[in-house]
Design a protein around this ligand. Sequence first.
Ligand code: ADP
Length: 432
Amino acid sequence: MIPALSRLFFVACLAVIAAYISLYFLGSDWAIFTGITVLLMPLIYSYINLARLKQYIRTDTVENISLPSGYWEEVYFGLQRLIKGLKQRMRTIEEQHAHFIEAFQASPNGIVMLDDGDHIEWCNSIAERFFGLHFKRDALQRINFLIRRPEFIQYLIKRNFDEPLLLERMGPNGSLSLMLQAFPYGQNRHLLLVQNVTDLHKADAMRRDFVANVSHEMRTPITVLMGFLETVQSLDLEKSQQDQYFEMMMSQAQRMKSLVEDLLTLANLESNALPAATNEVKIKTLMALLKNDAEALSQGRHDFTFDVESNANLLGDEREILSAFSNLVSNAIRYTPDLGTINVIWNINSEGQGEFSVSDTGPGIASEHLSRLTERFYRVDRSRSRDTGGTGLGLAIVKHIASRHQAQLIIESIPGKGSTFILCFPGDRLST
Ligand code: ADP
């Protein structure tokens, strides 16, 4: 205030001096004119600067103004500092905002922010994919207009958000199971967190199926066994008849034993550490073992060839590899009718991978079954499998062992002609 007043005082003095000089040289009319002109000068100067300022503010270029001198220099300088500070703060806030958005976008869960009227304020791209939303299009829309599942609408109406809500058959092709929960924040706003629980659900369903299958597989031989026991106990049977019953009981007990053994093998495979790629498994020794077992199981009903076409050995767990190989060979024997041919080959293919293949001239498998053969308890012909002592777990075990050795199980089959099962091991699982 003081500098402003002293400036005004200075201008007034200047006007008086100018008026006096004019009065002395030019007369009284000119003295008034000169005095008024000097008084008006700062007003004109201020008006010019105001007009400049208005122009700069309109074009948002106040920061670039060339500073005038004097009082207006302070005004412009103050304004420039204020605007620079504001812009810097805006940039910081924008950066923080961008970081938050990036963090929310990086979340593996869907996130939707709802205002007090359940309108979408923001959602991340995962939520867009889960619910088929498009933020730019759907912003500020009520969420229950866009997710029209009755259970979700009820969830919003009841407003009891203590428990999560499970939505099934969601996602672009209805294949997702989503677990959703709303969390209140701010002033009556809600954060909707959505988790993809499809795999968890599948695993849960698989576990239930597995328990049901095992119970079913065990119940049949136990029922048969109990029936025989009751018969032997209650009837006075002849020795030869008794022997026959005991033999049948033995075969049922054997079936349960095989099932339990296969279940234990699977359980071990799931819990054991991955096989190291350092133990060398001698293929020639393995092939000799396989040949002996195969001939014992076939009892002369099939023709065999066992070819070791490469000296390369495998790196892995010997017991597991033997188990996988013998499962494939025993399947070929069990499913190939008498007089059929079974070829077992070990070689290195053109891509440097080790291939163990078992081909048979058995009944073959229709293509629609191929992708499901390695599922636990999946059988093409249930009674044929049981008659030959199958548990329905053999190929599941093979697949598991294969993946523990980074190998692939390839199944090729022509119905009526035969099948070939190939275990393909990557080059770094070979030793030469
Ligand atoms: P299983 O104990 O029933 O043989 P696997 O898991 O070993 O169980 O095999 C699954 C199913 O695959 C079998 O039930 C059978 O239908 C089919 N399969 C396996 N190997 C052969 C084969 N060499 N020829 C024809 N079918 C086969």
